[in-house]
Structure formats: C-alpha cells, structure tokens
Design a protein around this ligand. Structure first.
Ligand code: BTN
Length: 309
C-alpha cells in the first residue's frame, strides 16, 4: 500500500484527529514527508482537515475515494478530473488489470456517449467504467451490456423506489426520462473477449435537466442528495455476481421483465441506416426484433433507439 493510502486508512480507522507525530511513527517517515503526502491528498480532493493538533478525515457524504470502498479499494482507480473513464479503463485493461477493475471520476472533461456524442459530466454525477473479462462467446458479448443495465435498474428500483426501466439497447429511464446511459468498448482475439469495458453515466446529485429536458437525476426525483459510493458498491456487488454466475437466458428474461421498448413502435438509427417498426422481441444475443410495416421481421444489433408515437 502506498503512503497516501496508508495515511487515509489510519485517519479513517481513528475517525478523529491524528497527530503528525503518530502518522510519522506509524509510517516510519518524517513529519515533513507526512505533510507532503497530506498536501497531495488534499489537492486530489480528499476531505482532510488540518489543525495544529493534526489531521482529520472529514466525514463526507458523497465521496468516491478508494479508501471508502473497504475490501474493494484495490479495484477502484479514482480520478478527480480526467478526459474520459473509458480511456482510463482501456489503459488499465491493456496493462492487464484484474476483472472488475473500475475507473471512476468526479468530473470528465471529454465524457463520451454513444454515436459519437458528448456526455456532459458535471460534478455530482456518477461516471465510471468497469473492466470486465467475461468468459463467454464473443457473439453473446452484447448481453453483458444489457445485464449491466438490468442490474443498475433493479438496484435503483429496489433501493430508491424509483420506477426504472431499460430501453434498448441499454439506457435506463425513469418515467420516460433518461437517468443513465451506457457505453461499451471491447477488444477481442478470435472468438475470445479480452476485455469489455462498460461505461456508465448515472445522474445522481447533478442537474442534467437544465441542459436536457428529457433527463432526470435521483436528486431531482427524490429531492435529496445520495451517496454515490453506495450506489457504485451495490452495483459492483450485483454485477460481479451476475458475471460470475453467468446465465444468458436469465439475462434475456430479466431484461424483458424490465423493458420499456417491446410492443412499442421504434426507430433505430445507426451511423449507416435507419429502420422503423414495431419492437416485438429480444433475441438470445440481445438483438431487437422489429416487425416491419410489410409484415417482415428484421433484427437490429446496435444503434440508437427512439420511441415513435
Ligand atoms: C449514452 O447514453 O450515450 C452513453 C453514455 C455513457 C457515459 C459514460 S460516463 C462514464 C463513461 N465515460 C465516458 O466517457 N462515457 C461513459
């Protein structure tokens, strides 16, 4: 464990002011060196208060620092500010990080959405990318994204009592408004997925509806602030369980029972083409089956989906 992590761990264990002398004795380094590490931690956004008596970790309701994730702290790579957690996760994945490593950011300067759109990433939202190394055939990899959407929607519904549904391919809507978007990136070798990075942007304590009237956040729905780390921890628990006990049929069934797409008329746009029809089913690979106006059926496997009234 690096000195900064140890300092935070000691402060968190004490839950009160710890003197510079105690810290330097525990770490076996000088008090000047302790002060340099503390300064670095404060610059990274760690809520540490310093006084003549020593240092204290301020109990902070909405903090995403790895030390707050207990046993999971090695899995979490926190960035106060970064371009995009997708790029951080790709770097980590290529460096060989373990399954279920997470890159999470307080702010993204270049957050990305699907179809080459920007994803506004103001303070208060939960922006993270999880590196997954699923042991499943490449052709079923699309289901992993659907599983992530289902697990997040179930978590939001059960914990916060909001009516979260999944819209194909993997948006989460509450009462018709988008609360979470998912972007994935993958590297494969032959039929083998090397890594699949799942990026989620969940509106928690931010106010996205100012710029995007069709968006909602948990704060705007519930009228209170929520701790993002609890949501991330709960999602990691659920999603790790999902992947380690993988059952494609169960994912398809769970998605169908939470979906807000089937039996609706939809328009699906890709960068190359647009198709419109009635969404009738989800196939075993996560493709959306459309019934066209001439009665024929067509399955789309990617694209942006709009409900048409
Ligand atoms: C979409 O609905 O278009 C997908 C949005 C995905 C946004 C998340 S935020 C965390 C991760 N980093 C990014 O740059 N994008 C994803």
């Amino acid at each position: 464990m690096v000195p900064k992590q140890r300092i935070v761990q000691i402060l968190s264990r004490h839950g009160a002011v710890v003197s510079g002398e105690t810290l330097s004795a525990e770490l076996g380094v000088s008090r000047v060196s302790i002060w340099k590490h503390i300064k670095g931690l404060i610059q990274d956004g760690t809520p540490i208060e310093s006084s003549p008596k020593g240092y204290r970790l301020r109990p902070d309701g909405d903090n995403l620092h790895p030390y707050l994730f207990g046993d999971r702290q090695e899995q979490i790579h926190y960035f106060q500010e970064t371009g995009s957690t997708m790029d951080e996760a790709t770097r980590l994945a290529r460096e060989g990080c373990p399954n279920f490593t997470v890159a999470v950011a307080q702010r993204q300067l270049n957050g990305r959405g699907r179809m080459q759109r920007a994803w506004v990433s103001d303070d208060g939202g939960l922006y993270f990318t999880m590196v997954v190394r699923p042991d499943i055939p490449l052709m079923l990899s699309g289901l992993v994204n659907l599983a992530a959407a289902v697990d997040m929607a179930e978590l939001l519904s059960s914990r916060y009592d909001v009516n979260a549904g999944v819209k194909w391919p993997n948006d989460i809507l509450v009462d018709g408004k988008k609360i979470c978007g998912i972007l994935s990136q993958m590297e494969a070798e032959g039929d083998h997925v090397v890594y699949l990075n799942i990026g989620m942007g969940l509106n928690v304590n931010n106010r996205p509806e100012k710029a995007e009237p069709n968006a909602a956040s948990l704060r705007s729905l519930l009228d209170r602030q929520l701790p993002r780390r609890e949501i991330l921890s709960a999602f990691m628990d659920a999603f790790e369980r999902r992947i380690t006990t993988w059952d494609a049929g169960r994912v398809v069934a769970a998605w169908k029972s939470r979906n807000v797409t089937l039996q609706k008329r939809v328009r699906v746009e890709t960068l190359r083409q647009t198709v419109e029809g009635l969404a009738v089913d989800l196939d075993q690979r996560g493709g959306l089956m459309l019934e066209m106006d001439d009665g024929s059926r067509q399955t789309v496997v990617h694209g942006d989906c709009f409900l048409v009234d």
